[in-house]
Ligand binder design. Structure first.
Ligand code: AHM
Ligand code: MG
Length: 334
């Protein structure tokens, strides 16, 4: 049997295709991989030690932080600062961006945006959570202080994006703009192995994922599309199946593999939707498109084209199989 390729080997091999590359992105991924392992270990212990439960703080959006949110934020931040390859980070758990542009990070070219532990309210009930990350090349000159503009770039300018899913197994799924690859963690060896090479998503699926409890608050087009998903129609395989974990990474991961659509629309409660453009929507949209899917904020509004105006900006989010997103778009533009 052929020895499986590890994440480390894969990154080095991919980098060899770009002789001009400096190795900075490789180091950056090493930092992410290391922090992911530490966070994974802690999540697996969540029921055992007194680490679950509210930390008593609120994050930038006024939501209660869980202890593991704080822990994950800290681990990823420290790992990224340590290698001199990122000049700053922005995180869902931080009010403002954090600059590392001193010392050995002074000449670093990349900024990292992340949701260190998405869906963290699910931890107390043993449901999968994830880390989402997004990487850009800074736009301000190297050596000068990092600016808000370095973080507020449109998603199409991402250099790489991905997530770690802490699920029934732990996986890292990422793209550097040349397709999507998935790596499964072997906890006994502490190594990620390439398990899902060149991931593509089916053009149509059978699953729709949305918090239907908010149905009455949704825009008309979304309501109509949900009704469409529920109608009987043999030709188009309807009714579709409804699956909603309430953990974006898990819901997206399932739909990526089997085909489907995930929706977090605007509503009377969340006029701009709930999810954050920079930490959640852009990286997931990048992966979706790289896998052959689509991601929009509304009719004719490609997520990756949106020019962000603030760090914690929220947008309505619809992502998944291309045909399903197209169909939804028809209803939205009616
Ligand atoms: P979080 O970043 O505070 O964890 O919130 C994001 C999560 C997503 O993972 C999930 O899809 C969504 O919020 C669920 O929200 P709701 O409970 O409103 O359906
Ligand atoms: Mg989140």
């Amino acid at each position: 049997m052929q020895t499986p390729i590890t994440l480390g080997e894969f990154i080095i091999e991919s980098q060899a295709e770009y002789p001009e590359a400096t190795g900075a992105l490789t180091s950056l991924f090493s930092s992410l991989r290391l922090a992911a392992k530490v966070v994974n270990r802690e999540i697996n212990k969540a029921g055992l030690v007194d680490i679950v439960g509210a930390a008593g703080n609120e994050n930038a959006q006024g939501e209660q932080q869980q202890k593991l949110d704080v822990f994950a934020n800290d681990k990823f931040k420290t790992a990224l600062a340590a290698r001199g390859v990122a000049c700053g980070i922005a995180s869902e758990e931080e009010d403002n961006y954090v600059t590392f542009d001193e010392g050995h990070n002074k000449d670093a070219d990349y900024v990292v945006l992340m949701d260190p532990l998405d869906g963290s309210s699910n931890i107390d009930v043993n449901v999968s959570v994830g880390t989402i990350f997004s990487i850009y090349r800074r736009v301000s000159p190297v050596g000068s202080p990092v600016t808000l503009e370095d973080f507020c770039q449109p998603g199409k300018d991402q250099v790489a994006a991905g997530y770690i899913i802490y699920g029934s197994s732990t996986m890292m799924v990422y793209s550097t703009g040349n397709g999507v690859n998935g790596f499964t963690f072997d906890p006994s060896l502490g190594v990620f192995y390439l398990s899902h090479p060149k991931m593509t998503t089916p053009t149509s699926g059978k699953t729709y994922s949305v918090n239907e409890g908010n149905y009455v608050r949704f825009p008309q087009g979304v309501k109509k599309y949900i009704k469409y998903c529920q109608e009987e129609n043999a030709e188009t395989n309807r009714p579709y199946t409804s699956r909603y974990i309430g953990s974006l990474v898990s819901d997206f991961h399932r739909n990526l593999i089997t085909g489907g659509i995930y929706m977090y629309p605007s509503s009377s409660r969340y006029p701009n939707g709930k999810l954050r453009l920079l930490y959640e929507c852009n990286p997931i949209a990048f992966l979706a498109e790289q896998a052959g899917g689509k991601a929009i904020a509304g009719a004719g509004q490609r997520i990756l084209d949106i020019r962000p105006t603030e760090l914690h900006q929220r947008v309505p989010f619809f992502v998944g199989s291309a045909n399903m997103v197209d169909k939804l778009e028809d209803f939205l533009s009616e």
